[in-house]
Design a protein around this ligand. Structure first.
Ligand code: NAG
Ligand code: NAG
Ligand code: NAG
Ligand code: NAG
Ligand code: NAG
Length: 376
């Protein structure tokens, strides 16, 4: 009798301790009530360090100075001077920074997992051997799903996965790879269209797989105006002025049309499917063409790199053969941090547009609505 009473009072004490300590690894019941997990898939726009752990070249890694200099004060693997769009979205959702899937299982996976890989595409062929493609990211998600079920039990894991938001940035590298190393697929309008449908088709397949495991809420950033980047300006021999009609811009626009169509189709096919897609192309062009309106001094030349527009991807001096590079004093004045990636300040603006943007730019819901919506 006495023994039992002692045991239950110890148990009560333990539960109270748990909920006051808020240590998810030790007591998951202490998670904040409105906790909505965030699972992140995609490319360098969202890669928070997965590529630090794969066998690749420094072209798809950013784990050296001055990457990270403004916020983390050390290089994390993020292609920016600080936080990425996905980091700001986690913050707005009241979550901690979402841990990367690599190198291994992490107790903090209950807040979500980041699977994104710089250079990664929807197609397995894109930079194969150097990146974690979207199919492989999906297989990692399935491993994380098993780990969550072991940790939380089936029922609670199911609720978590059903309420979670699944965030994607994918496609840009499929078009870059095609333009730089496999342009045969882009020779006719017909083959271009086929290629785009293949890219969107592979993304759709992954979304459907996540839906099957219980995922209902999907946030997407469409393909951005990478043709406005310092890398492309340099390739196009120094055309300055407003954002250019470059080959990647044309492909991005065509891709986005097909992406929007595919999402409407999914909404019809899949009960309970909800999405938010940000027109990353239009928002990027708007900011790059009107930098001062958004508080930037420079939106053509990168903060870090070499050559015209600092469009050579030499930031950090670690990439093959190019050790010399220039670095600006104040990244916050720049839109681009390196030849193809934006500064933390620019990413913060995009995150705000994805989080609370109006339907003309973030459609049909913004991420804030998506997070508030109860999934299951
Ligand atoms: C990494 O890739 C290089 C070049 O492809 C190869 O020589 C090396 O064995 C690989 N290392 C590992 C650990 O897979
Ligand atoms: C080029 O594209 C073709 C057709 O899509 C594909 O079969 C092939 O694997 C691609 N090659 C490379 C190097 O990506
Ligand atoms: C996915 O991509 C592969 C090429 O990697 C292609 O053969 C396949 O048809 C695509 N799937 C869809 C559904 O479009
Ligand atoms: C840019 O200039 C280089 C060298 O002068 C030339 O080989 C290349 O074709 C030019 N590219 C374009 C897009 O004009
Ligand atoms: C979208 O609408 C908002 C508010 O109505 C407006 O301020 C903004 O400029 C519009 N954005 C675009 C890209 O048209």
């Amino acid at each position: 009798m006495n023994f039992n009473m002692t045991r239950s009072s110890v148990l009560i004490c333990f539960l109270m301790l748990c909920s006051s300590l808020l240590i998810p690894g030790h007591c998951h019941r202490s998670l904040p009530k409105k906790h909505v997990a965030l699972f992140i898939f995609g490319d360098s726009l969202f890669d928070a360090g997965n590529n630090n752990y794969i066998n690749t070249t420094t072209y798809s890694q950013a784990n050296f100075w001055p990457y990270g200099e403004s916020f983390f004060k050390y290089p994390t693997g993020r292609f920016s001077d600080g936080r990425l769009i996905s980091d700001f979205i986690a913050e707005k959702a009241g979550l901690p920074l979402i841990p990367t899937f690599l190198p291994s299982y992490n107790d903090k996976f209950v807040y979500g997992v980041n699977f994104a890989s710089a250079g990664g595409g929807a197609l397995v062929e894109t930079y194969r051997g150097y990146v974690i493609d979207l199919q492989t990211q999906l297989s990692y998600f399935k491993i994380a799903e098993k780990q969550l079920k072991q940790k939380l039990g089936d029922a609670e894991a199911k609720t978590l996965l059903g309420n979670a938001v699944y965030l994607f940035s994918i496609g840009g590298n499929d078009y870059d790879a095609a333009l730089t190393s496999n342009s045969s697929v882009l020779q006719s309008d017909y083959s271009k269209k086929q290629y785009i449908l293949t890219v969107v088709g592979n993304l759709t397949t992954v979304i459907k797989e996540i839906y099957k495991t219980g995922g209902r809420k999907f946030g997407l950033s469409s393909v951005g105006a990478s043709g406005c980047s310092p890398a492309w300006r340099a390739t196009m021999n120094g055309s300055s002025g407003s954002c250019l009609e470059t080959p990647p811009s044309e492909l991005a626009k065509l891709h986005n049309i097909e992406l929007y169509k595919a999402l409407e189709e999914l909404e019809k096919q899949l009960t309970g499917f909800k999405y938010s897609v940000h027109n990353f192309y239009d928002s990027g062009v708007e900011i790059i063409n009107n930098p001062s309106r958004y508080g930037f001094k420079e939106a053509m030349t990168a903060c870090c790199g070499s050559g015209p527009y600092r469009g050579i991807s030499s930031c950090g001096g670690k990439r093959i053969g190019i050790e010399e590079y220039e670095l600006c004093d104040n990244p916050a004045e720049y839109f681009y941090f390196d030849s193809g990636h934006a500064t933390e300040r620019a990413y913060k603006l995009f995150a705000e547009l994805m989080w609370s943007g109006t339907p003309n730019i973030t459609w049909p819901y913004n991420l804030k609505k998506l997070f508030e919506h109860s999934g299951a």
